[in-house]
Design a protein around this ligand. Structure first.
Ligand code: ADP
Length: 477
């Protein structure tokens, strides 16, 4: 753990093991911290806050630039760590390292643009001035699916804003967090400004984050269930919260779309990270007349996807995170088949070529999916494509919006007017129009409804770490 500028063990020297999900190998023994360590980290962050927040924007920016340079210089090493710990194919890991580094660069620039404003008053003697100030100490909890970029997406804007931070990474991927913190240290991080608490049981750390008065803000990426629990807990002290939660993205192929182009795009986005992404398409709406052409291309693409250890060249499908993930995916697939879906490909755990030692599930296509099936509403977080036929395009908007989630949606159409209708009518925070990758450090990422509160990245991303303060100045006196 990295607390107050020191690399330390847990107080009682306890550790927990980290497993490579591709083969079950133990790849690290990590300090098993809890309440005591979380408190120490908050103390360090609280102590560091006056100094860090009084650094100029240019000084904070320079630190983030340096961290960005180091992250890019260490790209290969970071990507290798990620593939071993999280499982994604090495090229996808390289892409994530770059995406993660992008946040350091973006917020190095945004640090210098924390503008205030003046507002005209109706009183001749009065002036209004609005300034932005850092919220204070931030507590951050990150997930395992994007184990580096989800860290920089929170740490970079927090530090740019002048906040100090305590981070608890997911118990499945602490090594990635440790590697990022090593680079922050090397970039010249003053002690206590960013602190890392690792642990197997997230609960005691989460409790400190919700109840310690010195923490002003809680930022979380993970499941909706845990996000709601944390928001409820944080409400006790009215802490600011940002929540990036689950999703259930519709992928709409309109009648005028090119089914081949759409199927190719879908095969690329769906299997990124083996479907373990909150913006992964979960309901594929295809017009009945083009379903055959669409499924043909999709099936061909899926057949070309090799599963295996992400370090091996050519592997496109890495393992799922653990046995419970396999169980969840498989039970959703079985439930759909029982209720009448057709299995077009996949539908089983892969056990050959030594993949039984890891957590591999075959890329799967289900056709004839209907509302009664669990997969229609539950997030899957696995390599499964549920295809739904539709007849009438007028019903599509309603069907697509019929979910508690509101993170990402995708639409394929050639008509400008249809694109605009869906862009404006879909209740989701991120809409890809003929585009499968509507994400960037420069663009606001976040959801509506049960998908969360707040946005990350873009100029909105730094606002989440700032308070707005109004000054009313009278010239009399
Ligand atoms: P997933 O099911 O995708 O693992 P979670 O929401 O359980 O999603 O995990 C995301 C992050 O939330 C991880 O860092 C995890 O340790 C953390 N987390 C899970 N349960 C709690 C809790 N009770 N308190 C605080 N953090 C938690």
């Amino acid at each position: 753990m990295f607390i107050d500028g020191q690399w330390i063990q847990a107080k009682d020297k306890k550790t927990f093991s980290v497993i490579n999900p591709a083969n079950g190998d133990v790849i690290g023994m990590i300090p098993d911290g809890g309440e005591a360590e979380a408190k120490m980290a908050v103390t360090a962050a609280d102590k560091a806050f006056p100094l860090w927040s009084s650094r100029t924007a240019y000084q904070r920016s320079a630190f983030l630039y340096q961290a960005h340079t180091l992250m890019m210089e260490n790209l290969e090493h970071l990507a290798g760590t990620m593939t071993q710990e999280q499982g994604k194919p090495i090229q996808a890991a390289r892409n994530e390292v770059k995406y993660g580094a992008d946040f350091l660069l973006w917020f190095a620039e945004e640090a210098k643009r924390i503008y205030g404003k003046t507002i005209p008053s109706s009183r001749a003697d009065q002036r209004f001035m609005v300034i932005k100030q850092p919220v204070g100490v931030v507590a951050a909890i990150t997930p395992w699916n994007y184990p580096m970029s989800m860290i920089t997406r929170k740490v970079a804007p927090a530090l740019a804003a002048g906040c100090t931070i305590v981070l608890k990474p997911a118990e499945a991927t602490p090594l990635c967090a440790i590697e990022i913190f090593k680079l922050l240290e090397k970039a010249g991080l003053p002690k206590g400004v960013a602190n890392l608490v690792t642990g197997l049981d997230p609960e005691p750390v989460g409790k400190v984050f919700m109840t310690d008065k010195r923490i002003a803000k809680l930022t979380f990426t993970g499941s909706t269930a845990i996000g709601k629990m944390l928001a409820r807990g944080a409400a006790g002290q009215m802490k600011r919260v940002s929540l990036e939660l689950g999703g259930h993205a519709p992928f709409i192929v309109c009648k005028d779309a090119d089914p081949v182009h759409a199927a190719k795009g879908l095969s690329l986005v769906k299997f990124l990270n083996t479907g373990q992404a909150c913006i992964s398409p979960n309901r594929i709406y295809v017009h009945s007349t083009m379903k055959e052409a669409f499924l043909k291309v999709l099936t061909e693409k899926v057949a070309q996807m090799t599963a295996g250890n992400g370090m091996s060249p050519g592997v496109k499908i890495g393992p799922l995170v653990n046995a419970a993930a396999i169980e969840k995916v498989d039970s959703q697939v079985k439930d759909a088949i029982k209720k009448g879906a057709t299995l077009v490909s996949g539908g089983f755990r892969i056990m050959d070529n030594e993949m039984d030692k890891g957590y591999f599930y075959a890329p799967t296509i289900l056709d004839g999916v209907t509302e009664e099936m669990r997969i229609y509403r539950e997030e899957t977080f696995g390599p499964v494509l549920p295809v739904i036929s539709y007849e009438n395009e007028d019903d599509l908007l309603k069907m697509a919006n019929d979910t508690d989630y509101g993170l990402a949606a995708y639409v394929y159409t050639k008509a400008h007017s249809t694109a605009m209708k869906f862009f404006e009518g879909l209740h989701f925070g991120i809409i890809g129009i003929n585009d499968i990758n509507p994400t960037s450090a420069a663009a606001p990422f976040g959801g509506m409804k049960m998908s969360g509160i707040g946005r990350e990245g873009a100029c909105e991303g730094i606002d989440e770490y700032l308070e707005t303060k109004l000054g009313g100045f009278s010239l009399n006196g």
